[in-house]
Design a protein around this ligand. Structure first.
Ligand code: PA5
Length: 462
């Protein structure tokens, strides 16, 4: 059980000069950070129930019992969901399953597909290539009304009924939705599907450690107990209100300080780990949807929020780093680093007379990966670009649980600093309502008329 290390040396001005933070500046956020933490933690038993998820032993048992009851029955698990009801599932799968798990799944550990888009080409291809009868579909929607997820559900349900009959198809569906609200819960009641409840106080993007992320994780054999244990360890570590001892507080303060005082409005999460690339993706939603807000909590128009960018090392060294090192001073970087890879590959010796390849022989890919990561840190630092890194000793469920909890708490604290409601998403709702209107849903006629009136008039199309 190794605690995640947070190295923020290169965020400070002695390392990166005027674009970094001074000691006094950072410490000026000590008091606000302590207040922010207290405000967030005070809501633990009220509307921020996600803070308490790591301690939900009965929930874990229920999920593990369900997973055990269907073990060996399915070749595939397929999540139907979107946004906070899918990104965490993908992140856990990529981080904790073998990168080629889906090509050659081990016995008792089915493949996992997460269909988080409704592009018909993707769905048609899925239907053509994956046998629904050998698949358990985990339909995940907290609201139980999201058009994308509901349409996927209708398509796959019809396919399952066609293949397995009205009675037989039920075993291939497991629903995760609100306890009482939403049409999905009504469908569960009518058709008697196996279901899990997303508790109140667990919003979409903060739900990966709930039924939302854990059902599919348990079905493919991820150690959800270790995941929760890691999250609980991070929760305990982050109870201190001392800024310099609390990694979530520190990360939130750096984000806020660099954005507010240095104008670094873009936050790049640079995963130096193929497995953690989708954790960066998940974090992008967490940051964007939580902090990107028009209104302050008092209702003033503020248009706040950092812009998340995700990058993967070393791949994006050969794609983005030119911009990062020499482009505008509008970004700061958080690297996700792993100290000990779970596997190693040695580079064979060859061509001793060709120095440009000879020096690689006998070294490992892990050494090269490490050197490339350090090289990027050095280059960013020398170019005056603030960069921090979270260092995981190795990738396992405990470490990933720590990282997820740390980032969730950090974003909740950022909500206090930025003075926005980190837990709503009115901008997303607006798009959903417009789509309902365009699809002719009853009750949305007025909105449809408004949209049609707005889009009348001359078009400018080349
Ligand atoms: O974080 C959020 O709240 C959103 O991204 C939702 O997860 C997303 O819109 C899907 O919503 P639902 O789970 O209600 O289908």
């Amino acid at each position: 059980m190794h605690p995640i290390r947070f190295d923020y040396t290169n965020v400070m001005s002695p390392a990166v000069g005027v674009h970094g933070l001074g000691e006094k500046e950072l410490l000026s956020l000590a008091e606000p950070s302590a207040r922010a933490l207290a405000a967030v933690l005070a809501r633990r038993t009220k509307d921020l129930r996600w803070l308490d998820l790591p301690y939900q032993d009965a929930l874990r048992r229920e999920i593990l019992d369900y997973a055990a009851s269907v073990r060996g029955r399915f070749e595939n698990v397929c999540v139907l969901g979107i946004g906070g009801s899918a990104l965490g599932n993908t992140a856990l799968h990529s981080a904790l399953d073998d990168p080629y798990h889906d090509l050659a799944p081990k016995a008792g550990r089915p493949r996992l597909f997460v269909l988080d888009n409704i592009d018909p080409e993707w769905m048609a291809s899925f239907l053509a290539n994956v046998d629904p009868a050998k698949t358990v579909f985990n339909v995940v929607s907290k609201s139980g009304t999201t058009a994308e997820t509901m349409s996927q559900f209708l398509i796959l349900r019809a396919e399952l009924v066609r293949r397995l009959g009205e009675k037989g198809h039920r075993e291939n569906l497991v629903i995760t939705t609100d306890e009482s609200k939403g049409v999905l819960r009504e469908i569960v009641r009518r058709d008697g599907y196996r279901s899990f409840c997303v508790p109140d106080g667990v919003g979409g993007r903060f739900s990966v450690l709930s039924e939302v992320g854990l059902v599919s994780a348990a079905l493919v054999g991820i150690d959800i107990e270790a995941l929760h244990a890691g999250a609980a360890a991070m929760d305990q570590r982050c109870r201190t209100s001392k800024l310099l001892e609390n990694p979530a507080l520190l990360h939130a303060a750096l984000q806020y300080g660099l954005h507010t005082w240095r104008g670094l409005s873009m936050s790049v999460t640079f995963a130096y780990s193929h497995r953690l690339r989708n954790v960066a993706d998940w974090y992008a939603q967490l940051l964007a949807e939580s902090l990107g807000k028009k209104l302050s909590r008092a209702g003033q128009t503020v248009h706040r929020g950092p812009t998340p960018i995700r990058a993967v090392g070393v791949t994006d060294q050969h794609s983005q780093v030119q911009l990062y090192a020499e482009g505008p001073f509008d970004k700061w970087f958080t690297l996700l680093a792993v100290e000990e890879p779970t596997a190693e590959v040695t580079i064979p010796r060859a061509y001793p007379d060709l120095e440009a390849v000879a020096y690689l022989g006998g070294r490992t890919l892990g050494q090269l990966f490490h050197a490339e990561r350090e090289g990027t840190r050095i280059a960013l630092t020398e170019a005056g670009r603030p960069n921090a890194q979270f260092v995981l000793q190795r990738i396992d469920a405990h470490a990933v649980g720590q990282l997820i909890y740390l980032l969730e708490l950090s974003v909740a604290v950022m909500g206090e600093h930025y003075d926005v409601d980190a837990f709503d998403q009115p901008g997303v709702e607006a798009g959903k309502i417009a789509a309902y209107a365009l699809m002719g849903r009853a009750g949305y006629e007025q909105r449809r008329a408004e949209i049609e009136a707005r889009t009348r008039g001359p078009k400018r199309i080349l």
